[in-house]
Design a protein around this ligand. Structure first.
Ligand code: OSB
Ligand code: MG
Length: 369
């Protein structure tokens, strides 16, 4: 497959409702859309580096730089036989997982399209529908949170994740548990706590949560093992896991009993699959995280989440939960039974709405050999 042309677009999309976490408040989402023209098809990917370095050190600007100056030149004009060849062409680049994942996703889509198979099939997916949940930002009061949850449950979502941060934690979890005793509930702290908060987690431990996501330092693996050893609730790592090696360390140290896989955080679908397979071999369930993607990134996430060890519902919600209008057709919808259909058409299996994509594009640059 000859890589003829690559385009990157900086996009900005307004969220339907501000997303409040322990890292701050997001009103809109900035990402990079990557498209690759190769072998008569167009492959699409989304780099989930954000406008700010608050979740990850990467930003749209750093990812743009790494894509333009290092990743794109290493694949452009080459005739590639498969994805591994592309990855090894830029393996000298350390870190910058989100920049890499955006390009890798576009290449996976192009390879799948040239072979006429769905991305799900090509990745080894086995599900036609995936279980999905919703990630709810911090609300002003427990009463407002309960209202939000009621709304999402009525749309079909079967699992609720709430963001927590100091002073916006126990009382919110307690109120939800009281209102919905059977609710599949999990919390995400985005690294807002330290081991000094042990007592708080011991209280959390009695609310029958599915898991507690990334309570401690965003690069930490060691302190999480200390915390996991005194809790019965599984800890799930998000921010701390950038590779299969990190995953092995975390599982061997018993720092977590569940892994959140986000292709953007680990450099793409290839590393995601390695993590998925390793976790399966250790009986560690995984689930698919989210980065408030547009439909382009979401399509890849849905395909990846169709692999067998994605046992827990993912942070993969319908397009409307995030954006008034998505940039793909058809947009993603949640079924009444809390599942989402995995696209079956070749590649990511949805069409890009070019008019909408142009509307949300702030700047673009294209490269050919
Ligand atoms: O920690 O999982 C996270 C969004 C941006 C950055 C980090 C996280 C999130 C979410 C959103 O929780 C999940 C979604 O896309 O629905
Ligand atoms: Mg998280």
């Amino acid at each position: 497959m000859l890589i003829e042309r690559i385009e990157i677009r900086h996009i900005k999309m307004d969220l339907v409702t501000p997303f409040v976490t322990s890292m701050g408040t997001e009103y809109d989402e900035e990402h990079i859309i990557v498209s690759v023209d190769a072998g008569g098809v167009k492959g699409w990917g989304e780099s989930v580096a954000e406008g700010t370095p608050f979740y990850s050190y990467e930003t749209v600007s750093t990812a743009w730089h790494i894509l333009k100056d290092f990743l794109i030149p290493s694949v452009l004009g080459k005739d590639m036989t498969g994805i591994d060849e592309a990855i090894s062409s830029y393996s000298k680049v350390r870190g910058h997982m989100m920049a890499k994942a955006g390009l890798e996703a576009a290449l996976w889509d192009a390879f799948a399209k040239t072979r006429g198979v769905s991305l799900s099939k090509m990745l080894g997916g086995v599900r036609e529908k995936i279980p999905v949940g919703v990630s709810i930002g911090i609300q002003e009061s427990p009463a407002k949170l309960i209202k939000k949850v009621e709304g999402y449950l009525s749309e079909g979502y079967k699992r609720i994740k709430i963001k927590i941060s100091p002073c916006f934690d126990i009382q919110f979890v307690e109120a939800l548990r009281k209102e919905f005793p059977e609710l599949l509930l999990q919390v995400d702290a985005n690294s807002a706590y330290t081991l000094k908060d042990l007592n708080l987690f011991k209280i959390m431990d009695d609310f029958n949560l599915i898991l507690i996501e990334q309570p401690l330092g965003y690069e930490d693996i060691y302190d999480h093992s200390k915390l996991q050893h005194v809790l019965k609730t599984p800890i799930c790592l998000d921010e701390s896991i950038h590779s299969l090696d990190d995953t092995r360390a975390a599982i061997e140290l018993d720092s977590c009993r569940v892994i959140n896989i986000k292709p953007g955080r680990v450099g793409g679908f290839t590393e995601s699959k390695l993590i998925h397979d390793y976790c399966a071999s250790k009986n560690i369930p995984v689930w698919h995280g989210g980065m408030l993607e547009s439909g382009i990134g979401r399509a890849g996430n849905v395909a990846l989440a169709s692999l067998p060890n994605f046992i827990l519902p993912g942070d993969i919600s319908g397009s409307r939960r995030y954006y008034k209008q998505d940039i793909v057709e058809p947009e993603f919808v949640v079924n009444a039974d809390g599942t989402m259909d995995v696209p079956v058409k070749p590649g990511i299996g949805i069409e890009v709405n070019m008019k909408m994509l142009d509307f949300v594009t702030i700047r673009s640059e294209s490269f050919r050999k």
